[in-house]
Structure formats: C-alpha cells, structure tokens
Ligand binder design. Structure first.
Ligand code: PLP
Length: 425
C-alpha cells in the first residue's frame, strides 16, 4: 500500500492522464463511434483481441477515465461506470448469477436494491435470502444453499444506518466460496476501503456523495481482482468457460484480474446497454475532485446535528453511527475511523404524524428524494422510498415507520440546527 498515492491526490489527479500538449481537463468524448483505418483493426476489437473503442454503449474514453479514478480510490483492479446505482447493483449480481442461482443479502439495504433482489431478480429465477447482518457468522451460514453465488450488503445501510461488519461478512462469503459484493455508496472511499477488509467487489451509486451536487444519476462497479473464480470453476461458468458470443474467449484466462469487469462490459453493456453518458461522467468527475473536502464536512455537520437532536425532549431516538453510544459506533470506529456519512435518522415522540408536520415546516432543508447531497435534504422513508413495504417488512429492513431520514449538507451547521429548532417549535 505504501507506493499508493493518498486519496486526496487521487480525487484530483486520478483517471485522466493528459499526453504532452493534451487538454489538462478531462475531455468529454461526445461521440458514439470511433474511426479505424482498416477493417481488420476494427474486427480485432469485436473479438476482444485488442483494446480500443468502437461504440460508446460498450466503452467511452471519458467514462473509462472516471472509472479509473474511482478504481484507484477504492484500491481495485478494474472498474466500470453504469447509468445508475441500480444498474451497478443489477450488473454486479447478474454478471455471476443466472436463473436457478441464489443470493444471500443483508436485509438492511437500500429500498431499490431490496426490490431488485426480492421482486425483479426473482422473476428472472434468481432467489434471495435476506439476513439480519448483526447475526453471528454461524447463524448467517444457515442462509446458504448449494446454489448460492454471492453475498450482498452495504457498508453503511441506507436508510437504516447499520454499519456492516465487513470482515465477518467476507469470512462468511469466502468460507462458502462465493464473493462478497459491498455497496459503498454512503461511506465512500474517503471513509472506508471495503477491499482492505476482504470485500471482493464494490458498487456505488455515484448519484450520491460522489456527484454530490444532485446533478447526475450514475453508478460504478469496482472489482478488487482478488476473488479466485478459477478455484470455484463450476460455480462461475460465465467467467471460466468459453463465451460463444466472443469466439470462445475465457474471461479468467484472457483477462486475469480484469475478468469480471471485462465480462460485464462485453456482455452486459453490449446486451443491456445501461451506459453512463460521457457528459454525466464529466460532471461526476468534477464532483469527485472535491469529494475529499466535502465528505469530512458532511460528517462534522451530521455529528453536530445528531448531538443537538439527542439533547431534545421531543426526539424519541437518534441514529448516527458516528455518535458515541450508537449501536454501531464501535464498528464504525473500526471500519471508518475518519467518519461515517452525513446521513442521520431520528424519530419524533409524535411518530408518523409529527414527522410530516416537522418536515413541512423546514425552510433550509428541502423535502427531496435524495440523500448525500451538498444541500441538506429530508425524507420520510415509510411514506416515500419504502412505501411499498409493509410495517413488518419496514422493521425487517431496519426502517422504523416514524423514521425521518435527514441528510446533512455542507451548509453552516448552526444554520441547519436553527432550521430544525424552528421546525420543531
Ligand atoms: C441511491 C442508492 C442506490 C441506487 O442508486 P441510483 O443511482 O439511484 O440508481 C443504491 N444503493 C444505495 C446505498 C443508494 O443510496
């Protein structure tokens, strides 16, 4: 690790490397296609025999530069951008799961991911068992089946704010010879490096802190390159046996640590096309350039807000993993000692009804279906993002029906607190 540059430098300098006389800023390759001198040169690209660009649905230089930056930030081997965080989750799973396969997932995950796994992927013949991430490794092991192909979880769960014991989950996954896929959206690589704790694949909704300004929906998949697909050859035939749609190429043999991402690009992007636009990748890159400055401020402000709320009589409970006494404080100190995230959740003694009244009176904080943005925003998951879930399912996903999800921005902390104070009057 010693020869790696620091995360602050990667935020600024990672990815795009200009050539002599080339543009210093990342160019937007606003082009669907790329020109070649000979028919043969183009043909080799279609066979994955040489590297290069031919059609933006598969790869684009702007996107690749931004993916390379996020890859370096996570300490990964290969990465790709996707059109959204949902697409990143979807691709990371179906790249190694087919009909008849099974996924073990933490129950405390983003509502969209929970829908994807338990409703849509189920329709495709991929089954998911949701587990309480706080159970012991022995208890969790009971969820595994012979056809389990991966474990999925979030470093800090949105909106439950459960901090994942990444080492426990990595041991669990690896003892069953499957990879651990971790959604690192909330912690970001500024605060947590899941690969250092044994995660194999990391996904992001770049829509959140990475963009940070509520401008672009996007996602990213990063592969550590550490999972040995060949060692469990029969489980992952898509990676370890010939791909007929590319003249019998075997991804693990031909691409080594790049196998997972190359397969996802060559097959899934080709066939499903959830590509990020180069324009959006450019805006995302701009966001990444200040991620190392924004994230610490989000955390600092969130802690102040959490402490303020904890001191109020009309507040029933406050959850923030960075707050001393929080159920996940110790785990957060282990996995993200620099800070957790800017999102806190709390419930008012008046429950559901009081939540609505409080939100309507906020002036600085806006009601928005968004989190992890420079601007403070607020949402009531039971009425908004998670409204498709029953109260029982809500509790299982770690979402109290009274829960207010408060995403603390990077405005002045005292101003945010004053807004909360006047709304609670
Ligand atoms: C928002 C979010 C997603 C989905 O990302 P989109 O970019 O909205 O598709 C996935 N995981 C987490 C943790 C999220 O917060």
């Amino acid at each position: 690790m010693s020869n790696q540059r620091s995360i602050e430098t990667i935020c600024i300098q990672g990815g795009w490397q200009p050539e002599n006389g080339g543009p210093r800023q990342l160019p937007i390759y606003q082009s669907t296609t790329f020109k070649y001198a000979t028919s043969d040169a183009m043909g080799k690209l279609f066979d994955l025999e040489s590297e290069g660009y031919f059609y933006t649905r598969l790869q684009n230089p702007t996107n690749d530069a931004v993916a390379a930056k996020i890859c370096e930030m996570e300490g990964g081997a290969a990465a790709m951008l996707t059109s959204s965080g949902q697409a990143a989750t979807f691709f990371s799973i179906i790249n190694i799961c087919s009909a008849g396969d099974h996924v073990v997932s933490s129950a405390t995950i983003y509502g969209g991911s929970s829908n994807l796994l338990t409703v849509t992927l189920k329709r495709f013949g991929i089954e998911t068992t949701l587990v309480d991430p706080d159970l012991s490794q022995e208890e969790l092991a009971k969820a595994f089946k012979p056809n389990t192909k991966c474990v999925f979880a979030e470093t800090i769960a949105n909106p439950a704010l459960v901090v994942l014991d990444i080492e426990k989950f990595a041991r669990l996954a690896h003892s069953h010879e499957v990879p651990l896929i971790v959604d690192n959206t909330f912690a970001t690589p500024i605060n947590c490096h899941p690969f250092e704790w044994g995660a194999d694949i990391v996904t992001h909704s770049t829509t959140k802190y990475m963009d940070g300004h509520g401008m672009t929906v996007g996602g990213c998949i990063v592969d550590s390159g550490n999972f040995d697909w060949e060692a469990c050859k029969d489980k992952y035939p898509g990676l370890t046996t010939p791909d007929d749609s590319y003249h019998g190429i075997i991804y693990t043999k031909r691409f080594g640590k790049g196998a997972f991402i190359t397969k996802a690009t060559a097959q899934l992007m080709r066939d499903l096309g959830a590509i990020q636009s180069p324009q959006n990748a450019f805006l995302l890159n701009n966001g990444l350039e200040s991620l190392h400055l924004r994230v610490p401020r989000h955390c600092e402000n969130a802690l102040k807000v959490a402490e303020y709320l904890s001191g109020r009589d009309d507040v029933a409970w406050v959850k923030y993993p960075g707050l001393k006494g929080d159920k996940y404080y110790e785990l957060s100190q282990k996995y993200m000692p620099k800070g957790t995230c800017g999102v806190i959740s709390f419930g008012l003694k008046g429950g559901r009804a009081a939540a609505g009244k409080f939100m309507d009176k906020l002036k600085l904080a806006s009601i928005a279906t968004h989190v992890a943005d420079a601007r403070t925003c607020v949402l009531h998951p039971a009425s908004h993002t998670h409204r498709q879930l029953s109260d029982e399912q809500l509790m299982e996903a770690g979402v109290d029906p009274s829960m207010i999800r408060f995403s603390v921005g990077i405005e002045n902390a005292e101003d945010i607190i004053e807004d909360i104070r006047q709304a609670l009057l």
